[in-house]
Design a protein around this ligand. Structure first.
Ligand code: ZN
Length: 169
């Protein structure tokens, strides 16, 4: 699946001078990894989720994030909910422990198989809990409709964020 990016689909090279409107820079390989994970979930009729690892930068327009990797773990999920399996978070903990110096959790992704890209009340609570208004992003992908959208961390009411896809060299 090659998802349509609802919140912007321009392509730039890594670390090029930031376009004024871009909030999040995402390597194409990570997008494909997330899309493949969501497609697998669709086959199994369940949601999937994971964390986005990267770095926060700041310029005169404010903060923005550059994603380097996506990580996930064993999940408890069905077609309408998903969470990390609390009894088996070791893969996730290992991935977070292994993050390169200077990187942080800059976002999370999850899928809405067949019901569109939006932030549910639960999603907003998760977003607020993860970032509390600090720079961070929620990526929602619908593998059935082949759509993807990214939301910022505005507390209580995340807005649509602009994502730029970084093509592989
Ligand atoms: Zn959701």
């Amino acid at each position: 699946m090659t998802p349509n990016i609802l919140s912007g689909e321009t392509r730039e090279r890594p670390y090029a001078k930031r376009r004024a409107a871009a909030d999040l820079f995402m390597p194409e390989a990570v997008i494909m990894q997330i899309a493949a994970h969501a497609d697998l979930g669709l086959e199994e009729d369940r949601e999937v989720m994971g964390l986005l690892i990267g770095r926060i930068y700041e310029d005169d327009k404010g903060e923005y994030a550059v994603v380097e990797d996506a990580v996930t773990s064993k999940l408890e999920s069905d077609r309408a909910m998903v969470r990390f399996d609390r009894d088996d978070m070791s893969a996730l903990v290992d991935a977070i422990d292994g993050m390169p110096p200077g990187t942080d959790i800059v976002g999370w992704y999850h899928s809405h198989p067949g019901y569109g890209c939006f932030m549910s009340e639960t999603d907003v609570r998760t977003q607020d809990g993860l970032f509390g208004g600090a720079c961070g992003f929620a990526l929602v992908v619908d593998p059935k409709r082949k759509e993807m959208a990214v939301f910022d961390s505005n507390p209580g009411s995340p807005g649509i964020a602009i994502m730029v896809i970084l093509e592989d060299d």
